[in-house]
Design a binder for this molecule. Structure first.
Ligand code: ADE
Length: 332
């Protein structure tokens, strides 16, 4: 009996486990290689690392790769999953010497939990308060030496005491079209599917410069090609699949277009505040900030001002709306 090849299994399988397979982010990789080798040479755990940048650029993948290359066990959690001080205490006391604790979305860590983390990161100790009021006592528990790798999409929301406790901070950038093409070639081979080079170029073009999106689209295009063709991903089938998914020629989806149209049509191009925009588009503020905005800002369709979000001339042009009309409307 063959083992079912589920998408979730492939999501893990697509993650590179060797430096050579982790495409792009060259400066981050070079720095990390030195950090790991130097720590290994001293027989010490690596310093605490903070990774930041837009969603889907490979922060978790990189954390797993660091763990593999430093020969450490990795334990994965996230800011919102650690609700109470006790949750963090139980995670920390369960770590072994040299382990890595990966905390995703670290900007969502609650304040009390964060304060427990400071001495743990600095001196590998856990301060436990027993009792309440004047008779409360603190006992200190020695922890094994460990490494925190934290990831965030919002570096600005990390308090400076927390930020300063990381020995190395790296920013992941959007990928080039060529880098995404390489990632797609590798993923197609791992998915055991043949694809025309032009088809992968097309998928790369609509991937918003983001590996997670590129791999997700690749899998859906593979499905479409399997159902409507012989299984081989051709440029023609890829184009049809993208149309069916309502992804336009630069990778914008219905929700992105709606966001831009709302700013332009309801708010004369902006500026409009995030709360108002969320209410008008029926989207969560977080979804707008984490999913839609980063790429729209990157391609210069959106600008952020202290007064709110503004749609740029480029956005008007992409939507086929006359920009000079905006000037007339806002001036009148
Ligand atoms: N998946 C996520 N990030 C990746 C990268 N940089 N290279 C290859 N696959 C990836």
């Amino acid at each position: 009996m063959s083992i079912p090849k589920k998408d979730a299994v492939f999501d893990l399988a697509l993650r590179p486990t060797e430096w050579a397979d982790y495409i792009g982010q060259e400066s981050v990789k070079s720095n990390l290689k030195i950090l790991i080798e130097a720590a290994k040479g001293r027989n010490e755990p690596i310093d605490h690392i903070l990774l930041y940048g837009p969603a889907g650029l490979g922060k978790t993948t990189l954390a797993n790769l660091i763990a593999k290359k430093s020969g450490s066990q990795i334990r994965i959690t996230s800011g919102p999953a650690i609700e109470k001080v006790g949750d963090l205490a139980s995670i920390l006391t369960g770590l072994a010497e040299g382990d890595i604790l990966f905390i995703d979305e670290v900007h969502r860590l609650n304040k009390l939990v964060e304060e427990i983390l400071y001495p743990a990161m600095e001196n590998s100790v856990l301060d436990i308060i027993i009792g309440k009021g004047p008779s409360a006592k603190t006992i200190q528990l020695q922890l094994p030496r460990f490494t925190i790798i934290a990831a965030t999409t919002k570096i600005g929301s990390i308090s400076s005491p927390l930020r300063s406790r990381f020995g190395a901070t790296y920013r992941l950038d959007f990928y080039t079209k060529e880098e995404i093409e390489k990632i797609l070639e590798r993923s197609a081979a791992l998915l055991d599917v043949l694809a025309e080079k032009e088809a992968l170029e097309l998928i790369s073009k609509v991937s918003r410069s983001t590996p997670r999106i590129a791999n997700r689209i690749l899998k859906r295009v593979r499905d479409y090609s399997q159902v409507n063709g012989s299984g081989m991903i051709t440029k023609k089938l890829a184009k049809e699949a993208l149309e069916l998914m309502e992804i336009d020629e630069i990778g914008l989806e219905r929700a992105d277009i709606k966001l831009l149209e709302t700013i332009i049509e309801k708010y004369s191009g902006g500026p409009v505040g995030l709360k108002t925009l969320a209410a008008s588009t029926f989207e969560e503020e977080e979804t707008i900030e984490d999913v839609h905005e980063p790429y729209l800002l990157q391609i210069g369709f959106l600008a952020r001002t202290p007064q709110g979000r503004t749609a740029t001339k480029k956005a008007y042009e992409h939507l086929g709306i006359n920009f000079s009309e905006k000037t007339l409307t806002t001036k009148s």
